[in-house]
Design a protein around this ligand. Sequence first.
Ligand SMILES: Cc1cc2nc3c(=O)[nH]c(=O)nc-3n(C[C@H](O)[C@H](O)[C@H](O)COP(=O)(O)OP(=O)(O)OC[C@H]3O[C@@H](n4cnc5c(N)ncnc54)[C@H](O)[C@@H]3O)c2cc1C
Length: 248
Amino acid sequence: MALQWLAGTLQSRRVWSDGLFTLTIHCPGVEDFEPGQFLQIGMKLPEKHLHRPYSVASPHAESLEFFIVRVDNGELTPRLWNLQCGESIDVSARATGGFTLSHTPTAKNLWLLATGTGLAPYIAMLRDKPVWENYERIVLVHGCRYLSDLAYLDELQLHQNLHPGRLEFVPVVSREKAAHGFQGRITEGISSGTLEQIAQVDLGPDSSAVMLCGNPQMLDDVEAILQSRGMHKHKKSEPGHYVVERYW
Ligand SMILES: Cc1cc2nc3c(=O)[nH]c(=O)nc-3n(C[C@H](O)[C@H](O)[C@H](O)COP(=O)(O)OP(=O)(O)OC[C@H]3O[C@@H](n4cnc5c(N)ncnc54)[C@H](O)[C@@H]3O)c2cc1C
């Protein structure tokens, strides 16, 4: 079915580090959606309509946030990076995707694992009520290369203040040493048990639901580790322990 486009306007642009940015797009009329779903954003070029899917980093509202990394040599992201406030940008009218809490198993603890802009769906979920109502403890693990790639830190601290003892944030930075968290890769942190030690939360089939989002290599490697712990991909027909969103 052809996508239906709405005319959005860039309301604000926040740069976290070179090439890593959040766009807030004013676009009333987008149909209601669940945090974790994605919209298409893009623009009409003379030869075609250029668009890509992006997880919405905010719950449904008239203004929507998108957390984006510029892919050098990419077709769309260098154009999004250069967009100025007040300029127009097309947004699809209807969100899609099953990377949501309603497609995630219930459990005592929820592990949210992201690399890079894979953080976006979790920012939207943490701003909404269900995640706080359905899970006792939430562990958010954000993997990136440099400390300057750790976006949304202030907001995560606010959630921790509002929900004492409920949210553990574990940055995993591969090329620099973080004051808090782990230096290395998410896979190493899980295999060695270090992430569980830092968070003081178990990661296993009896206690945990897991969401995985971001870089395909991380997804494949973490899936293999979870399976070695007796955890399985969650399907409606076959309840399991984890769900996955693949960005490319
Ligand atoms: C469901 C879904 C949700 C997504 N949500 C987001 C999001 O919230 N934020 C976001 O930044 N991207 C997200 N993406 C990726 C996005 O759709 C584009 O693929 C990406 O922005 C590159 O677009 P481009 O036109 O600049 O590059 P293209 O010209 O399309 O080049 C694509 C190539 O760039 C590489 N690539 C794609 N994404 C990345 C990345 N993040 N880091 C490094 N290399 C990459 C891949 O090798 C890919 O083959 C999502 C993808 C999917 C499928």
